[in-house]
Ligand binder design. Structure first.
Ligand SMILES: Nc1ncnc2c1ncn2[C@@H]1O[C@H](COP(=O)(O)OP(=O)(O)OP(=O)(O)O)[C@@H](O)[C@H]1O
Ligand SMILES: Nc1nc2c(c(=O)[nH]1)N[C@H]1C(S)=C(S)[C@@H](COP(=O)(O)O)O[C@H]1N2
Length: 208
């Protein structure tokens, strides 16, 4: 049986981008989290992206409400948070994320800490998690990223050698297949930024 060729990259990704920062949300400094997330996704994805953004304070209920709204009402397939993953009292993003989770995806947190250790020894201070939120007719992957704006590309993209080949694989390599498995769009990436992986049986033929 031959698969029907599909036009690549036309399925729309609805993505929620949440910057969790007391100071950026209060206007003490300009938020760099959402722009960094948007820039990276624009660079990395071949699909059209619709982004729904939230800039909020480090408050557990506020974060959980934003996540629920982005998944249940805005129907995002993927939600990326940045900030509030450390050990300070006000860092509660992982707890707020777990509060809306139906299942945990521990591999993402493990891999992000491994990647980040290549950049900073304090990577082990990040308690970042990834979870699924599954409701009746929809599901989303929610991933916590650290608050340092540079941590966004570091963890999503990983670390490359001078010749451009991968030294440590970024976590986004596994995101397209995960999003597909939970019922979201078929995502494709620019291989020079991050090479996404899916088993051969799950790959779609490229249109000639
Ligand atoms: N949204 C942001 N925009 C710009 N820089 C940020 C942002 N969030 C964090 N940073 C920078 O990264 C550092 C670590 O992020 P973290 O999430 O721990 O913030 P924080 O120190 O708790 O402060 P705040 O919540 O007020 O941003 C911050 O101290 C700040 O220098
Ligand atoms: N890739 C990457 N990961 C990183 C960092 C970074 O600069 N780059 N900063 C670390 C630091 S200093 C802390 S305290 C933790 C938690 O950061 P957060 O509270 O901003 O989420 O993330 C860590 N992970």
């Amino acid at each position: 049986m031959s698969l029907t060729p599909v036009k690549i990259s036309q399925e729309v990704l609805r993505v929620g981008l949440v910057s969790v920062s007391d100071r950026a949300s209060a206007g003490v400094y300009a938020d760099q989290g959402i722009p960094a997330l948007q820039d990276w996704l624009t660079k990395a994805l071949l699909n059209p992206v619709v982004a729904v953004t939230r800039l909020i304070q480090d408050d557990k209920d506020t974060i959980s409400s934003a996540l629920k709204e982005l998944v249940d009402i805005e129907k995002c397939h993927l939600v990326l948070t940045t900030g509030g993953t450390g050990p300070s009292r006000r860092d509660v993003t992982p707890e707020a994320t777990q509060a809306v989770a139906t299942r945990e995806m521990p591999g993402f947190g493990e891999q992000m800490r491994q990647i980040s250790l290549q950049f900073v020894p304090t990577a082990i201070l990040s308690r970042q998690v990834a979870v699924l939120r599954e409701i009746d007719d929809h599901a989303a992957l929610i991933i916590n990223l650290p608050g340092q704006p540079k941590a966004i590309s570091e963890t999503l993209e990983g670390l490359k050698k001078e010749d451009g080949s991968s030294l440590v694989s970024g976590i986004f390599a596994a995101v397209p297949y995960c999003v597909e498995l939970i019922g979201g769009p078929y995502l494709e990436t620019h291989e020079a930024i991050v090479k996404s992986f899916r088993p051969k049986t799950a790959r779609r033929p490229i249109e000639a």
